[in-house]
Design a binder for this molecule. Structure first.
Ligand SMILES: [Zn+2]
Length: 463
């Protein structure tokens, strides 16, 4: 026996039925969420691709976990406990899998790529749209795939356990990360970091529009994303889709340069302070008391011009030289000269092989910060090692690259300069017995019920 739930979804003025079938054991999750998730998927995917063209979309609760797609109907997991409670993972897994399986109507059923040859073309694009739909569903949705930092463990897994995304489906290793997560993450990086949302969304929609009810191959996808956006993405396809290289940018060193003020009043005072500092040696300090009197102190006649000469005093000649220099500058040169700017040369290494944009954050001494973004073309003449000069008005206390975890950098320990203070590896004072096979404790809904008066239990138990 199945419960039948349905609602109308307006798709460009056309009524489409979003429906769910589920046994009562699926409640309360299924009655509350399934049909709304189907409706949301049709709207969300439709906005990014083409309007859903079919009369119905069905989510049927038929498995404990996982899901499977068919045209207009899908079979999905997500089963609450017998007492009606469920874990957060069960809820997120159910909503995520319904979005995913209903989403397959768009890839590969409408945009009919060959999933046997190129699994990523439907699973990857679908997982990408799933991630976006999940975030539109709930700001705190615990999406497993999509954010670049979620792919880091896969990207640093042993090279002999990875193949490029552009491997024939039968030869793919680590199928989930390879065909679902990595292509989805790559599209997210293109959207957020390489192309920007507006250009990406336009090109992605154009791909769906061109290839709806046709059978695209990878080249059709790559070409459409480029010619619809006007962005050269060859380097990205080569690195992310045709290789197993990972991103590991390293900020090896930063040189700080400032313009020499040239003003003798400043430069000579600084030179004097430095000379005085260097004169405070151990021997000089001891001589102060050890040598009771020098010859020059004892016999005044031993003094001459140089005993009172101040080599750090600013002379008339110094002043004239400086004013002549300033007068010789053009207006632009004068502006730069008087700006007081700092110039930081960032030395960057590409240790992972994968070329990616460089995002550098400057933390200033006054507590504020600024972000500088450079496209991947920064590596075009040398994809191993580059220098980039960044002028700033304020003094920088720390530089950090990839501060927002955008490029799936597999080693974040070498991303700041000066390096962050080392964190201790924490060890526990006594050994905890933590077996992965130990029975799991009650889920948070059950824990809360246990701590509440029985009246609550009773009322919920009869639902
Ligand atoms: Zn799938």
């Amino acid at each position: 026996k199945f419960i039948w739930d349905a609602m109308n979804v307006d798709i460009d003025g056309k009524k489409t039925l979003a429906m769910s079938f589920f046994s009562k054991e699926g409640n309360p999750l299924w009655g509350q969420y399934s049909t709304q998730v189907v409706a949301h998927t049709l709207r969300s995917y439709g906005a990014r691709t083409i309007a859903y063209p079919y009369p119905v979309a069905i989510s049927c609760h038929a498995t404990a976990g996982g899901g499977m797609e068919y045209p207009m109907i899908s079979f999905n997991g997500g089963r609450p406990e017998a007492d009606g409670t469920y874990s957060e993972q069960t809820k997120a897994g159910m909503i995520g899998v319904i979005i995913h399986e209903v989403g397959h109507n768009f890839f590969p059923m409408i945009v009919n790529s060959d999933e046997r040859q190129w699994s990523w073309m439907d699973e990857g694009l679908n997982t990408f749209c799933q991630y976006l739909a999940e975030q539109e569903w709930d700001r705190n949705f615990p999406s497993r795939r999509g954010e670049p930092q979620e792919i880091v463990n896969y990207m640093k897994s042993a090279p002999n356990t990875q193949v490029p995304i552009m491997a024939s489906s039968d030869n793919v290793l680590q199928f989930g990360p390879n065909a679902y997560a990595k292509p989805a993450t790559g599209l997210n990086i293109l959207r957020e970091t390489v192309m920007g949302r507006e250009l990406f969304d336009y090109a992605f929609k154009e791909y769906a529009r061109r290839w709806a009810f046709k059978s695209p191959t990878p080249a059709d996808f790559f070409r459409t994303m480029e010619d619809a956006s006007g962005v050269d993405l060859d380097w990205f396809w080569k690195g992310w889709f045709y290789s197993i290289d990972a991103a590991d940018q390293e900020l090896t060193d930063v040189q700080w340069l400032a313009i020499d003020p040239m003003d003798p009043a400043i430069t000579k005072a600084a030179a004097k302070a430095e000379a005085d500092r260097r004169k405070r040696t151990l021997a000089v300090e001891r001589n102060k008391t050890d040598i009771k009197q020098t010859v020059v102190e004892k016999i005044p006649e031993m003094n001459d011009f140089y005993n009172s000469y101040d080599r750090y005093a600013v002379t008339e000649a110094d002043k004239k030289k400086y004013t002549d220099f300033v007068a010789s500058l053009s207006e632009d040169e004068k502006k730069l000269f008087q700006s007081g700017k700092n110039f930081y040369t960032l030395n960057l290494k590409n240790n992972g092989g994968l070329v990616m944009p460089v995002i550098a954050k400057a933390d200033y001494e006054d507590g504020s910060s600024e972000v500088f973004r450079f496209p991947a073309e920064i590596w075009r003449f040398n994809d191993k090692e580059i220098k980039k000069v960044i002028p700033t008005d304020k003094k920088v206390t720390r530089w950090t690259i990839d501060p927002f975890y955008e490029i799936a950098d597999i080693n974040a320990d070498n991303n700041s300069y000066p390096r962050q203070a080392a964190q201790p590896t924490r060890f526990q004072l006594y050994k905890q017995r933590a077996s992965p096979f130990a029975p799991q404790g009650p889920n948070p809904m059950q824990q809360q019920r246990q701590s509440k008066p029985s009246a609550v239990q009773g009322s919920q138990g009869r639902n």
